[in-house]
Design a protein around this ligand. Structure first.
Ligand SMILES: [Zn+2]
Length: 305
């Protein structure tokens, strides 16, 4: 595991002293290791053979690895929010003692997505849970949670990761140095974001997009637009973010000769950046409203170049 020393030491010392809170609230930006840390914590709680360092071999470790442990309940928002029916299923889950582990853990991702009804229902479970129950709530936005949920939980803070930490991680995953450096620089401290850009090849897509746009070759432009339309929506948004950065960094490079990410396209953006940002914004809105993505990317390319 990378970084997040203060969060880790807080949890480790609770484990060592055997003084666990019945609810933890992990707060921090997207992609900085909240869920990874939650699972590391559960491994420590459940590993039958080695409490200090999970063995990876016992039944508990194996089931956790496959995400099939009967004493862990993972909750994430379906579509837009987390609803009361889901929270009610927690009530049923915690009523019975654990089947195999010493604890039952309820891990709630994006806890801020609970609507008011769901939040209030969760409060009831948080009030006096059986001793074997541990809640772990993950959120990017503390302000969107009910204050009473916060006050009943131990808050554990997560921070953006250092650029060097992300670069080192990417480098170890066999990315070449210039790519690792650029992704780390563009990730704003989120390893999750850097990894997604790497796995989906978004930097390569950016390079291809710019080359095709500059060529003004219709067939080539359409091919790229078609490829981008097949990405999932999060990646499409991330691509637009990269494109925005490219416009912005091109402008800075021309104006103040600031360093320009090494894996960015050789060609810099030459047009009016304010106009480009308007065009990009329009594309984002179009995608949000499910306008045909292929057409959206194609139009975006024609308008930018
Ligand atoms: Zn184990």
């Amino acid at each position: 595991m990378f970084g997040q020393k203060s969060a880790r030491s807080l949890l480790e010392s609770a484990l060592k002293r055997g003084r666990l809170a019945h609810s933890y609230l992990f707060v921090g930006p997207k992609g900085v290791g909240k869920k990874t840390m939650a699972y590391a914590f559960i491994y420590h709680l459940f590993c039958a053979t080695n409490f200090e360092k999970p063995c990876g071999e016992c039944m508990a470790c194996k089931k956790l690895k496959k995400r099939l442990h009967p004493d862990v309940m993972l909750i994430s928002p379906e579509k837009r929010d987390i609803r009361i029916d889901t929270i009610r299923s927690i009530e049923r889950f915690i009523r019975l003692r654990p089947l195999e582990a010493p604890y039952k853990v309820i891990l709630i991702e994006r806890a801020e997505k609970m609507n008011l009804e769901a939040g209030n229902a969760l409060l009831k479970s948080l009030e006096e849970p059986p001793g074997y129950v541990i809640f772990i709530l993950l959120t990017e936005n503390l302000l969107k949670l009910l204050p009473t949920i916060i006050s009943r939980s131990q808050v554990v803070r997560f921070h953006p990761l250092a650029r060097e930490t992300i670069k080192e991680y990417l480098f170890r995953r066999d990315l070449d140095e210039s790519m690792a450096e650029t992704l780390a620089e563009l990730s704003s401290g989120s390893l999750g974001r850097a990894l997604e850009m790497a796995e989906k090849g978004l930097l390569e897509e950016l390079n291809a997009f710019v080359k095709a746009g500059e060529s003004k070759n219709i067939e080539r432009c359409f091919k790229i637009a078609e490829r981008l339309s097949r990405l999932d929506k999060d990646s499409q948004e991330l691509f637009l973010y990269l494109l925005t950065l490219w416009v912005w960094r091109s402008y800075l490079k021309a104006k103040v000769d600031i360093s320009y990410p090494s894996a960015f396209p050789e060609e810099t953006f030459k047009g009016d950046p304010a106009e480009a940002l308007r065009i990009l914004y329009k594309a984002k809105v179009a995608l949000d409203f499910y306008v045909n993505p292929e057409l959206t990317f194609y139009t975006l390319m024609l308008n930018l170049f």
